[in-house]
Design a protein around this ligand. Structure first.
Ligand SMILES: [Zn+2]
Length: 422
């Protein structure tokens, strides 16, 4: 049964006005239906349920999901593909999707046309709820600039979105910004930070956007401030993954990310167990509308925490804080323990007046390379200040400070702020 993206979107927007208990009731209903379906029709889940000695009827709410194991890409990749899919559907009826590989762990998965439509609506909600209207012109810097022909509603001036390759030189991005006269700018934090620096440097004449959105990378406080300052509006960050689409977004209160519990059942998990609100854990999601290839207790490899407090904006969707997106590279301390690179990055944010952009590479256990795009010529004291910040976290580390004109981006056009080579 085909459903319209805008009808789904209207339903999602109505959910924003529902209370938290109503949303939890909706989530439980969807979860029970999905679990029943996965057990009946998807061989992997039949097996996982049996191994855990759990019957579908024992999963009545998200809290019951703990009875099942957490799964991840590694486990799914090791299965025959047919075991992951609703066995009644031919593969030719499904749409194949890929993660970008920027996480260092590419993964392909399948959706049916109905969930594909659902995702397109889910994708739009964070922007619509924050004030994007059908009449706005959007300039979107992305690793995947689409070459889609303009659709009829774009030709009459509705839902206009221009996508530009994020790995193009910043001068090209700046020219687009100046020529397009857009209402909304959207892109990765690192790309918009580069553009913000170019705006501050060149002070061009251009129409200021009304809204600025970031996505796909961790937004540090200094980058948020830099982008906000250059464009003159606060940044709104959106959080999502390929497998879930957009599931978290800021509102104008900036108190955290509203969690789309009408689309996913999210858990914050350490060692297989849910942690208390406010405590950080792996973000584990059950995707409530993907029936072709269900993902139940799927570890997204992000670190986040549930926020116990409601948002002042009045939305019923609860809040979470994202501690660390794409938990790929970890810093290694002298004792061998691995920690979040935010320990380093958070402190380095204080060198904002020295550098426009920076990247830290841990090249060996006791060696770091800090590459930065300086705002002015660096002297010995500046370099020592950078080295000192690293040594505060990693005693006696050898720190090499390099200056560059531009930080290289990876194949998908994102700039990685922390890289571990060990
Ligand atoms: Zn809010």
């Amino acid at each position: 049964m085909a459903r319209s993206k805008y009808r789904v979107l209207a339903g999602l927007m109505r959910n924003e006005r529902r209370s938290l208990p109503e949303l939890i009731e909706l989530q439980n209903r969807k979860l029970r239906r999905l679990v029943e379906h996965a057990y009946e029709h998807v061989p992997l889940y039949r097996r996982l349920f049996q191994q855990a000695a759990v019957r579908p009827a024992e999963i009545q709410s998200a809290a019951d999901l703990e009875k099942l194991p957490v799964i991840d890409k590694t486990l799914l990749r090791a299965q025959p593909l047919d075991d992951l899919l609703d066995r009644r559907i031919g593969r030719e009826a499904l749409i194949e999707k890929h993660t970008s590989g920027s996480s260092g762990s590419p993964f392909r998965f399948f959706v049916d046309p109905s969930f594909d439509t659902w995702c397109k609506a889910q994708y739009l909600r964070p922007y619509i709820t924050n004030g994007r209207t059908p009449f706005d012109r959007v300039l979107h810097f992305t690793a995947f600039p689409g070459a889609k022909p303009r659709r009829w509603f774009e030709r009459i001036g509705l839902m206009r979105e221009r996508t530009i390759g994020s790995s193009l030189p910043v001068e090209t991005l700046l020219t687009e910004l100046c020529e397009q006269h857009v209402d909304i700018v959207q892109g990765y934090p690192s790309v918009l930070a580069g553009l913000a620096a170019a705006v501050e440097r060149n002070k061009p004449e251009y129409r200021k956007p009304r809204l600025v959105f970031t996505d796909s990378e961790l937004l540090t406080d200094s980058v948020r401030m830099q982008i906000g300052r250059a464009f003159g509006v606060p940044v709104l960050d959106v959080f999502g993954a390929y497998e879930t689409d957009n599931i978290g977004y800021e509102c104008s209160q900036h108190s955290g990310y509203h969690l789309a519990i009408d689309c996913v059942a999210a858990e914050f998990v350490r060692n297989g167990k849910a942690v208390a609100p406010g405590e950080e854990g792996h973000l584990v999601c059950t995707v409530l509308d993907n029936y072709a290839m269900p993902l139940i207790r799927y570890n997204l490899d992000d670190i986040a925490a549930a926020s116990p407090d409601p948002c002042a904006c009045g939305r019923g969707l609860p809040l979470m804080s994202v501690i660390e997106g794409r938990m790929v590279d970890r810093a290694v301390l002298p004792d061998g323990s691995k920690v979040s690179p935010m320990q380093f990055l958070g402190k380095l944010d204080s060198i904002g007046e020295l550098a426009l952009e920076y990247q830290i590479t841990q090249t060996a256990l006791h060696e770091f390379r800090v590459t930065l795009v300086p705002r002015r010529e660096l002297n010995m004291a500046d370099r020592e200040r950078v080295a000192h910040i690293i040594r505060q976290q990693h005693e006696n580390a050898r720190v090499i400070v390099l200056e560059t004109g531009e930080i290289a981006r990876d194949a998908s056009g994102k700039r990685r702020t922390f890289i571990s080579e060990i």
